[in-house]
Design a protein around this ligand. Sequence first.
Ligand code: HOZ
Length: 427
Amino acid sequence: MNHQQSSTLFAKARKVIPGGVNSPVRAFRSVGCDPIFIARAAGSKIFDADDNAYIDYVGSWGPMILGHCHPKVVEAIQQTAATGASFGAPTARETELAEMVCEAYPNIEKVRMVSSGTEATMSAIRLARGYTGRDKILKFDGCYHGHADSLLVKAGSGLATFGVPTSSGVPADFAKYTLTATYNDLEDVKAMAAANPGEIACIILEPVAGNMGCVAPQPGFLEGLRQLCDAEGIVLIIDEVMTGFRVAYGGAQERFGVRGDLVCLGKIIGGGLPVGAFGGKQVIMDHLSPEGGVYQAGTLSGNPLAMSAGIATLKLLQQDGFYETVEEKSAYLCKGLQEAAAEAKIPTSLQRVGGMFCTYFQQQEVFNFNDVKPETPQIFARFFRSMLDEGINIAPSQYEAGFMSVAHSQEDLDKTIEAAHKSFKTL
Ligand code: HOZ
């Protein structure tokens, strides 16, 4: 495959953008090749600057569950753009999207719109601290919640992709308030809570970890966290930026039946435009300015274009059978990948929750970040390059999840499995 244009664009970008990219994993460094530059997309496909077509399982890292450029979403954005791109003042669309969110997540009584998942999680944490009057927070090793200072401690991909657990530039004085526990290990969390009595403001987690590949919560883990938080007066923050409106319309909380006190959303809720949101119980949300003393603000929060894309997207997700279709497509693909790996005698652990999945290049199932063996990402890198060459776009890191869309056709899935057969054999 010819990547001449992409290489030229990358060289040009490197002169004016650090690493040539605006988000590190996109630089493809851990997979040992230059990134492809994307020119356009449609449905299940993306096309690079050299006009190579790829079946896309990145889906903008999750939002494109309808596929790229769904006509109804494009129409909503175009119509709204003609009436004004940004006002920095309230609009009816913000309330409409907030109502849709509250309806989908019964534990969200009030919700505030922001412009990214990072803003959602950092604001939710500030709110939890303001509400409880406590400083410490607890997160899980390998869970990523955006790049706010206190959250860049053992933060999964992309830090893990580059082999650094914690970002430089985070003062030790900030990081000391962040406790980390092992994902899926309730006893570890209980021990942390016991060692820090009355000091932990919140526990934040990805209910399905999507930044160490794809790791499902083990039975009892979410339930145990809920009980612990109730007993200790800790705010449970469920970060559904990836899983919200993805693993079910009501996200992982609907799928697993455990509810957070605060919920973070992003990605799908903006239909591909920059949107995040955090919401929860009114008794907590009313601590937010201007009702309460916890400050949070944003000029582009509730942006009209982003609200319109989000509303149009969520309406389409309400069609009967939508999530069953995404689930069936993902199950079919993962079964095919597993068979291809077995045929080539490559040890893999295929892990999937709804339309999120990942292939670990090791036999042993991954329950937490430490379960990923050091050699696994290297094998992944070779697989990645071969798949790209076959016209299949997967995330350029072992620590990222794959995302299915409803636009992926049977032909796409079969072509992907065929490409995997060839790629496994090259390892
Ligand atoms: N690690 C981020 C997603 N899990 C990367 C996002 C991006 O590059 O856009």
